[in-house]
Design a protein around this ligand. Structure first.
Ligand code: PLP
Length: 409
């Protein structure tokens, strides 16, 4: 029999969402009271905006006639979309990014997971704790993580983010080769200001670290001093790759489209000591392993940059952020400490008393018929927290707040 990649054997099974599903199913089977409200999984609920739907209908019509049919597209994405990204996501913010520094993809999960292909398997890694699990698990698969003990991998540096440090991670101790940052943050919903992010860019420049900056929630930023792109920070192009996604921006979780920026100024070292552009390595990787995002999804993404598209995207985000405000105001009013929810669609709740994440999860399920995500599922420092999402309807959000208030902490 074939020998399998033993790094996969080291990975504990993905327990979090299956365990949530198991507990919810068990509860729902005997529940005769109020219906269960699900605010656990970070999927959106609002439909795709009309501008993108019209663009997809037109794109399907293109595929239906010989003259306009599109087969394989460029692996890097169609120029019509990359030019819109350059103009609206970067030039409009005073950032100079070229179209050939942008790689359109089927989303940020694939790209944040695949980026390790172009990095040394010996590279050391730092992540914030709690963290989006993809960063850790993909490094385990690649053999970079070492051994697991007490919920932590021996070759990964964990940077604690708790209420005590206002969820602002301290700079690493170990000069890691790779640092994953996600802002606005999943799961805590918190952000870094421009001066705070500058410290990371300066650190990476001093220590030759590579920052992998995931800004999947950029569209939810409301505050002026929160950067939308890491390239707003001087010198970032030499140390950072940025990941973006239309999933949460425009409800494309099912459509699938995102992009990754790899600036030409970003260099790595080959074994013989020569400098190589990460851009050319990523291009090679994508051309070998990826055949491009679909023409239809790229036309849909392009439509998001039209005047009407931008207005419609804004309306949906405002809808979710009204939910976030409802949750923040309601829970705070009920005496529950919570964070996030101002520049992100996530509310990070400190569990009342000394409840663990899972104890609070069970309490909310049994007493409020409400499903959240136990914070400990995102890393050891998530213990004692629980995440709620703002991706529900207004009615369900209001009902959830009313039910939590009944608990009277
Ligand atoms: N990055 C973060 C931090 C996320 O929370 C998510 C989705 O939950 C993703 C990336 C994945 O996005 P996509 O749907 O573009 O693959």
């Amino acid at each position: 029999m074939i020998h399998v990649n033993d790094n996969f054997i080291k990975l504990p099974s993905s327990y979090l969402f299956s365990e949530i599903a198991r507990r919810v199913e068990q509860f729902a089977a005997t529940n005769t009271g109020e219906p269960v409200i699900r605010m656990g999984i970070g999927d959106v609920t609002r439909p795709i905006c009309p501008a993108a739907v019209a663009a997809m209908e037109k794109a399907i019509a293109d595929e239906a006639t010989e003259r306009t049919f599109k087969g394989y597209g460029p692996e890097q994405g169609y120029l019509f979309l990359r030019e819109k990204i350059v103009e609206h996501d970067y030039r409009a913010r005073g950032i100079d990014i070229a179209a050939d520094e942008i790689f359109v993809s089927d989303g940020a999960k694939s790209d944040t997971g695949n980026i390790g292909d172009i990095l040394s398997t010996d590279a050391t890694v730092a992540v914030t704790d709690p963290v989006y699990p993809v960063y850790v698990d993909t490094n385990v698969m690649a053999g970079r993580a070492g051994e697991l003990a007490d919920g932590r991998w021996s070759r990964i540096e964990y940077l604690p983010c708790r209420a005590e440090n206002s969820f602002i991670p301290a700079l690493p101790q170990t000069a890691p080769d790779v640092i994953y940052l996600c802002y606005p943050n999943n799961p805590t919903g918190t952000t870094l200001t421009r001066p705070q992010l500058k410290q990371w860019v300066d650190y990476a420049r001093r220590h030759n670290s590579l920052i992998l900056f995931d800004s999947a929630y950029e569209a939810y930023i409301t505050e002026e001093d929160v950067p939308h792109s890491i390239y707003e920070i001087e010198g970032a192009k030499e140390v950072a790759i940025e990941f973006r996604s239309y999933s949460k921006t425009a409800g494309f979780t099912g459509i699938r489209c995102g992009y990754t920026v790899v600036p030409h100024a970003l260099k790595g070292i080959a074994p013989d000591g020569t400098a190589v552009e990460l851009n050319s390595l990523w291009n090679r990787r994508q051309c070998t392993k990826f055949n491009g995002a679909s023409y239809i999804s790229q036309r849909a993404a392009e439509a998001l940059y039209t005047e009407e598209g931008r207005k419609q995207v804004r309306q949906t985000i405002d809808y979710y952020m009204a939910n976030a405000k409802m949750l923040l105001d309601g829970l705070t009013g009920a005496g529950i400490e919570c964070f996030g929810g101002i520049n992100a669609p996530y509310i990070w709740i400190k569990t009342p008393g000394a409840l663990t994440s899972w104890q609070f999860f069970d309490l909310l399920l049994e007493k409020c018929h409400l499903v959240g995500t136990p914070g400990v599922g995102f890393g050891p420092c998530g213990e004692g927290y629980l995440r709620l999402t703002a991706f529900s309807s207004h009615d369900n959000t209001a009902a959830a707040v009313a039910r939590i208030k009944r608990l009277a902490f």
